[in-house]
Design a binder for this molecule. Structure first.
Ligand SMILES: *Cc1c(COP(=O)(O)O)cnc(C)c1O
Length: 397
């Protein structure tokens, strides 16, 4: 069994807080401070511009990409870091649409995160070629993978409900009808083992500030399958995706393979925090992590259902269809979550009525789950959500 107890010690977790929101923003790895200080002092401070060569800054987007690649089942050399997830969605989608010039449909589902849908809408408007974003219910997606579809744009785990799609099956179906696939791994990378290569995924994107614990606004990643790596045209043709950036040629030539998905100067300081997080991830057995994640989510579901009959489970009971979060609906969900947070149990709220809790075995254990259930039960039993101070809506929910 994997040593999760020792891992918990590697994170800064405020006293008295049970943090069930690592699916939104992972906690601070204790070694991040030293890692960032070192990068600032020894590299930026002492090396200045020479750091690009001497400290290997220029190679980091791909070197770090490979460390994430292990967690998501990618072939070596086919993942690169940079920008934010929304940007990476745009890049993947633009490349994919060009590879299917005779098709006009982008297929997604209503459980997708709005930013992915917004980026698709923006791209469609810029292209002006009459593409259609077709959004269907998550359970209907398979039936809508038809020969009209150019590309599927699917987030593997629904951010609201925690419902998990069958990546291998949907990818196979897409390929059967000649469509491409883009998988958004925002709630998958670091949540359970992902097998991009085995599933035959065409493109994948994801962020590093959720389950991967690299800090607020940490850079995103993109994967392009080896069979497309030398042909996918990068829509965001920045100089660092150029074949020879320091030749300063006037015309763009796409870089070698995944390098072409780089855009501009990489965020070296943010990479230092990501490296600290990956020092922990490098040692994690993803199958053991998955087993523990399912044990924790099962335990939470059983505990809450026994103690809080007013909370309605939104997350599938079937393990194969569950990510690493659990959601319950309640008509006073927002206020109930505020009351829960006031008890030291941190989850979050997603409109219209979802209370969402993330389970992250690196730093959450059975005791945390039991204590969280106890505190949530008290909120529900004593109707603490009726108190006026919990009704006021903050900007970030
Ligand atoms: C969290 C999340 C995002 C956020 O995108 P950013 O550009 O990093 O702000 C996008 N898509 C999905 C599916 C997400 O879960």
């Amino acid at each position: 069994m994997s040593n999760f107890k020792a891992r918990k010690e590697m994170f800064h977790l405020p006293d008295g807080m049970i943090y069930l929101d690592g699916n939104s923003l992972g906690p601070l790895p204790k070694n991040a401070e030293a890692c960032m200080t070192r990068t600032m002092r020894d590299e930026w401070g002492d090396m200045l511009i020479t750091g690009w060569n001497r400290a290997g800054w220029m190679d980091k987007p791909k070197a770090l990409g490979d460390r994430i690649g292990r967690l998501i089942g990618a072939e070596e050399g086919h993942v690169v870091l940079g920008d934010t997830l929304s940007i990476k969605v745009y890049q993947a989608l633009a490349s994919a649409l060009e590879m299917r010039p005779d098709r006009k449909v982008i297929l997604s589902d209503s459980g997708n995160f709005p930013s992915d849908l917004y980026m698709a809408q923006g791209l469609i408007a810029s292209l002006g070629r009459g593409h259609e974003l077709r959004v269907v219910a998550p359970e209907d997606i398979e039936a809508h993978i038809t020969p009209e579809v150019a590309v599927t744009l699917i987030t593997e785990v629904d951010y609201r409900t925690g419902r998990k799609h069958d990546m291998a099956a949907l990818t196979a179906k897409a390929h059967e009808v000649g469509a491409l696939t883009i998988w958004d791994l925002a709630h998958s990378a670091g949540a359970f083992p992902v097998e991009l290569a085995a599933a035959g995924a065409d493109f994948a994107v994801g962020c590093t500030y959720k389950y991967l614990n690299a800090g607020p606004g940490a850079p995103a990643f993109i994967y392009v399958a080896p069979r497309h790596a030398q042909t996918a045209r990068p829509a965001l043709s920045g100089w660092l995706g150029h074949r020879a950036p320091f030749a300063f040629e006037q015309d763009y030539r796409a870089g070698d393979g995944i390098e072409r998905m780089r855009v501009g100067t990489p965020p070296i300081l943010a990479f230092a925090a990501l490296e600290a997080a990956l020092d922990i991830w490098d040692e994690v057995d993803m199958d053991a992590l998955r087993a523990q994640s399912l044990a924790l989510t099962d335990r939470f579901i059983h505990g809450i259902e026994a103690a809080c009959p007013d909370l309605l489970l939104q997350t599938p009971r079937d393990h194969a269809m569950r990510g690493s979060q659990v959601s319950f609906a309640h008509p006073h969900g927002y206020a109930a979550m505020q009351a829960t947070i006031a008890q030291g149990v941190i989850g979050d709220f997603r409109a219209p009525d979802i209370m969402r809790f993330g389970f992250t075995p690196l730093y959450i254990d059975e005791q945390d789950v039991d204590l969280a259930v106890e505190k949530i039960a008290a909120v529900m039993k004593e109707k603490l959500y009726e108190r006026p101070e919990f009704q006021v809506r903050a900007a970030v929910t």
